[in-house]
Ligand binder design. Structure first.
Ligand SMILES: Cc1cn([C@H]2C[C@H](O)[C@@H](COP(=O)(O)OP(=O)(O)O[C@H]3O[C@@H](C)C(=O)[C@@H](O)[C@H]3O)O2)c(=O)[nH]c1=O
Length: 188
């Protein structure tokens, strides 16, 4: 059975889809809307994305889009492995500024659900890592914002020691303390 596991931040959910193995390999359902919704993954996904990172230690993040283009994401790995991270940036949230993460591998097929109001990023742990993710709002360049990956206040353990590789854009992102989050926590 597909397994759904809430992480330390309970809105962030690790999914391990069931695989049906046979002599050919395996078959696996990677997204089933009503099943996922019944397990806390409520989103109308409208776009699928894929990235390739050649080298281990490639960090992409921490990214989000501001409302009304805020995106929930369902992330998985097609080849290689990542440590995938979500940071709660909802003002007023009891878990504001805390992070949760999970190792996602092509071998295991795990997925991470990152809700709206959370910054998202990952570090690749293997060469030629391809990451695919569904999002529930379209890309909007003007709405993009983010937090620096190594903010000491977040103290994310990326599970990687060695030289990291970042885009020019990601190298100059602000720390959380200097970031005016466009997200507000609500209980409803
Ligand atoms: C995210 C995105 C980028 N692009 C373009 C913009 C740019 O020219 C090129 C590369 O974009 P970036 O450098 O922002 O790609 P990248 O650093 O991989 O950005 C992604 O990082 C992960 C962690 C996320 O969570 C994603 O939402 C996204 O922000 O692709 C699109 O056309 N559509 C999209 O949806």
């Amino acid at each position: 059975m597909t397994a759904f596991q809430a992480l330390d931040l309970p809105e962030v959910i690790l999914v391990t889809p069931r695989r049906f193995g046979d002599a050919r390999g395996y078959f696996c359902e990677t997204y089933v809307k009503p099943l996922y919704a019944a397990n806390g993954i409520v989103a109308d996904f409208v776009q699928d994305n894929e990235s390739l990172s050649a080298l281990p230690g490639t960090v992409r993040g921490l990214h989000m889009q501001a409302p009304p283009f805020a995106q929930a994401k369902l992330v998985r790995v097609l080849s290689g492995a990542i440590f995938d991270v979500a940071v709660d940036v909802r003002k007023g949230s009891p878990t504001y500024g805390r992070w949760a993460g999970a190792r996602l591998t092509a071998e295991g097929g795990e997925q991470l659900f990152v809700p709206q109001g959370f910054a998202h990023g990952f570090c690749t742990l293997a060469p030629d890592t391809r990451v695919a993710y569904k999002v529930d709002a379209f890309y909007d360049r003007a709405s993009e914002c983010g937090i620096i990956w190594n903010d000491p206040d977040l103290a994310i353990d990326w599970r990687f020691t060695g030289e990291t590789i970042l885009s020019d854009k990601d190298r100059i992102l602000p720390r959380l303390k200097d970031f005016d989050s466009p997200f507000v926590h609500s209980n409803g």
